[in-house]
Design a protein around this ligand. Structure first.
Ligand code: 7PJ
Length: 283
């Protein structure tokens, strides 16, 4: 059972599963790219409207990202990433009590994000970029370490594992140990198997089937399954038709012990998590 984590003064209670709402301030994310852009610039009004709606719908965390990590996405410059996310983090944290996480692998973005009011770092590269580990440690924020083999540009080119669950488990426990050795307190670390990042549909379903093996590392697990292509591999649905399957995957992950579900559809996902919480009260 997970307790609470301090996110820059805001408490995140993980005794029941929580929803992280996705706020992509990118022009090119795979399912919601460009929705907050107006004439090539991020529209703060639009982002704040969405932040308010997600908060009202039950999001415990809002995940602000300025780099698209969809397969084959073009890399973004550091200056562009700072420009996209820092004003958004600042604006949201000034107005809402919801915890803001910064979805970034870039050291300077992490350092500026904490000043702007971020309460959590979400790094799909698990602090492997130059300077990221030290930057994350210096912020004293909780950090989510995600498994990704390779880089987004090439990660879906024939991903191969002998035993995907064992390999992801070893990666995450080694990374956890490295980060603790580098000075990040263990109680501030979350883990994520990285659904869809350098994995076939079968790899993703194997990770879901054996999610307990990731949970058993002993840190809270975050799962991002919302609208992902593992759904389309089974049922050929367009992005806007993947909500029921996304809720099923979120519910399965939470029932297997995931404590944070990263989702586009916050209200529906929060309702699903309330059902998991109700069941867990009787365990
Ligand atoms: C994830 C993420 C995920 C974490 C993205 C998408 C692709 N961060 N960022 N876990 N996915 N921690 O939204 O589908 O699964 S971007």
């Amino acid at each position: 059972m997970c307790g609470s984590i301090d996110c820059a003064g805001k408490s995140l209670d993980l005794s029941s599963p929580k929803v992280m709402g996705i706020l992509n301030v990118t022009p090119d994310s795979f399912s919601d790219g460009g929705v907050f852009f107006e004439r090539g610039k991020v529209s703060l009004d639009r982002v704040l409207g969405q932040a308010e709606a997600m908060t009202a719908a039950g999001a415990s965390i809002l995940d602000v990202g300025g780099e698209s990590t969809r397969p084959g996405a073009a890399p973004v410059s550091e200056a562009e990433e700072l420009d996209r996310v820092i004003p958004v983090i600042e604006a949201i944290s000034q107005r809402f009590d919801t915890i803001v996480s910064v979805d970034s692998s870039t050291a300077s973005v992490m350092r500026e994000a904490v000043v702007a009011g971020a309460g959590l770092i979400n790094d799909v590269r698990a602090l492997r970029r130059d300077g990221a580990l030290v930057a994350a440690r210096d912020t004293e924020l909780p950090v989510c370490l995600m498994h990704m083999s390779d880089e987004p540009t090439t990660m879906q080119n024939n991903p191969q594992y002998q035993d995907v669950v064992a390999e992801v488990r070893v990666f995450l426990s080694d990374r956890l140990a490295d980060c603790v050795k580098a000075g990040i307190p263990e109680h501030l670390i979350l883990l994520d198997p990285g659904f869809g990042f350098g994995k076939t549909a079968a790899h993703n379903y194997a990770l879901l089937a054996h999610l307990e093996d990731i949970v058993s590392i002993g840190r809270p697990v975050l799962a991002g399954l919302s609208r992902k292509s593992m759904i389309a591999a089974e049922i050929h649905r367009n992005l806007d038709e993947r909500l029921p399957a996304s809720l099923a995957l979120a519910t399965l992950a939470a029932a297997k012990g995931a404590r944070i579900i990263r989702a586009h559809d916050v209200k529906e996902t929060a309702d699903a998590m309330a059902m998991v919480a109700a069941m867990e009260r009787e365990l």
